[in-house]
Design a protein around this ligand. Structure first.
Ligand code: ADP
Ligand code: ADP
Ligand code: ZN
Length: 215
């Protein structure tokens, strides 16, 4: 099964992706996580991506697609994958659908989390991210069991992402409306999108997502 978990920055994609991937035993491919790994290792790709990410802009389609295509071609993705944070432009969506077709794969569903902008700002302002495994927390809504320590990997490097500053958050939300929200319309036209209410308890949102996949 190939699934896209879609939504604006802060909608809860990363939070929900882990549980979904476990439930359906499929790998999670999160383009933002891949870019941050490159940033951390200071690769050429990381140096290129940094400028876009810290200005709330999208990394160019050709760069993103090259990365996603090579990741999807790895053996563990052959039986299906959950994409988180990709596609973010209609062009990326078209490149992906063309590739799925040419490799005999199918996009089964796009799960779109719907969350209003005011809530996104609150969520991103309080988000903390583990530098070592990319797990995310929220200072009020979803803190780790021990303050500053990652529940998943035990790391003590749970910090605010550079691009979660208030100014960059505003830019990222604007970028979402301008360049990424048309992707939802594109998938709706094809009858592939399920819109899921993203407000409420994390466990309630998870239940809605599972229901949307089954229905
Ligand atoms: P995304 O991957 O879509 O950018 P995250 O999963 O990182 O979003 O979630 C953004 C922030 O909101 C995190 O701090 C996370 O802990 C918090 N969060 C996620 N889901 C909910 C929810 N249902 N209610 C309140 N806060 C949430
Ligand atoms: P969020 O959790 O807030 O949705 P991500 O971690 O998915 O953010 O992405 C962080 C940044 O990485 C984006 O703001 C963008 O600069 C870049 N990025 C991630 N995925 C893509 C993509 N599919 N296309 C272009 N840029 C991307
Ligand atoms: Zn961690």
């Amino acid at each position: 099964m190939n699934i896209i978990l879609f939504g604006p920055p802060g909608a809860g994609k990363g939070t929900q992706a882990s549980a979904l991937c476990e439930a359906y035993s499929m790998p999670q491919v999160a383009t933002g996580d891949i870019f941050r790994a490159h940033l951390k290792n200071n690769t050429e790709l990381g140096q290129l991506a940094r400028g876009y990410m810290n200005n709330g802009q999208l990394v160019p389609d050709e760069v993103v697609w090259k990365l996603v295509e090579s990741r999807l071609s790895e053996p563990d993705c052959a039986g299906g994958v959950l994409l988180d944070g990709f596609p973010r432009t209609v062009n990326q969506a078209e490149l992906m659908l063309g590739w799925f077709k040419s490799t005999g794969r199918e996009l089964n569903r796009v799960l779109a989390l719907i969350v209003p902008d005011e809530e996104l700002v609150v969520r991103l302002a309080g988000r903390r991210t583990c530098l070592d495994c990319q797990a995310t927390y929220h200072v009020q809504n979803n803190p780790p069991a021990v303050e500053g320590v990652c529940d998943r990997c035990g790391s003590t490097r749970v910090v605010q992402r550079e691009d979660d500053s208030e100014e960059t958050v505003r830019l990222r939300i604007a970028t979402y409306h301008r360049e990424t929200s048309p992707v939802l319309a594109f998938f709706k036209e094809q009858g592939l999108a399920s819109e899921v209410e993203g407000l409420g308890e994390i466990s309630d949102v998870a239940a809605r997502l599972r229901q949307a996949l089954q229905g």
